[in-house]
Design a protein around this ligand. Structure first.
Ligand code: ATP
Length: 270
């Protein structure tokens, strides 16, 4: 089971209008694994998650999830597949007017016919898994940032997904909460036999918990490997990331006109 492929991506191309974002991406992600996707700002990481979730269509190539080509699914099939995927954004966006309990129960009530007593048991189980069973009566405003992130995590596993995609799960957390969230991602993936994809800039934290890393730059995969391979890599790009250097193959600057021409210093003054 654990060496089964959950996601297969082949020759994936994607453009926003004329602007090519992903250029021939190939990836294989196995069940039960935690995979990190790293790359500079604007390199197309979030776009890749949206392609996996079927929110946008590739220009060519495909994403297969559990053996099915996502962009070929009919509307109701896509809907069903999305139920098996969870997408967790930076701030988790809890419903502010619902308690912790009701936030986690929300999708169970929406999408299943489970009785309230069954839902209660399941919600408490999910909250127990993130260490917050005791906080079930609190409102989101009463939670710390790290706790809110854990409730969002409990909510994202409410329907026992096959896949969770985390977009920048570590952003804005203090070092302790960051380790807590990282360890939870690992433990939940193992305990529930899910696959987790983590888009992150936090190299050090993610190398501690992931099985495999892909680096994206300029719309292509420029490096990939296990955390040990990544740490030992002498590739300038990987080195820049692992050692947090500001400039290198990944440029600090968004492509721009020369400064001089932007400031109209070229070609004389009118
Ligand atoms: N709806 C859109 N229409 C046009 N261009 C878009 C749209 N969404 C994103 N882009 C562009 O596509 C590129 C890739 O964006 P994406 O959000 O996938 O990058 P990212 O790697 O997740 O970046 P970051 O790490 O900064 O979040 C960016 O240059 C962005 O400006």
């Amino acid at each position: 089971m654990s060496s089964e492929t959950l996601i297969e991506i082949k020759g994936l191309n994607f453009s926003y209008g004329e602007r090519s974002i992903l250029k021939g991406i190939d990836m294989t992600m196995l069940r039960g694994k935690v995979i990190a996707i790293m790359g500079g700002s604007g390199s197309g990481k979030t776009t890749l998650l949206r392609l996996i979730g079927g929110a946008v269509r590739p220009s060519s190539g495909y994403v297969k999830v559990a053996g099915k080509v996502v962009h070929e699914l009919k509307r109701d099939e896509l809907f069903q597949m999305r139920r098996k995927m969870s997408m967790l954004f930076q701030f988790g966006a809890l419903f502010t007017d619902l308690s912790v309990f009701d936030n986690v129960a929300f999708q169970m009530r929406e999408h299943t016919d489970l009785s309230e007593s069954m839902i209660r048991d399941l919600v408490l189980m999910k909250l127990q898994a993130v260490g917050l069973r005791g906080a079930h009566d609190l409102m989101p405003a009463q939670l710390s940032g790290g706790m809110a992130r854990r409730v969002a995590l409990a909510r994202s596993i409410a329907l026992d997904p096959l896949l969770i995609m985390y977009d920048e799960p570590f952003t804005g957390l203090d070092p302790i909460s960051l380790t807590v969230i990282g360890n939870l991602v690992r433990r939940l993936t193992d305990a529930l036999g899910m696959t987790s994809i983590v888009v992150t800039h936090d190299v050090q934290e993610s190398l501690k918990i992931v099985d495999y890393v892909y680096f994206i730059a300029g719309g292509v995969i420029v490096a990939h490997g296990t955390p040990a391979e990544v740490r030992g890599s002498v590739m300038p790009f990987v080195h820049q990331f692992v050692h947090g250097e500001e400039d290198g193959p990944v440029s600090f600057h968004y492509p721009a006109e020369t400064y001089a021409s932007d400031l109209k210093l070229e070609g004389g003054f009118a």
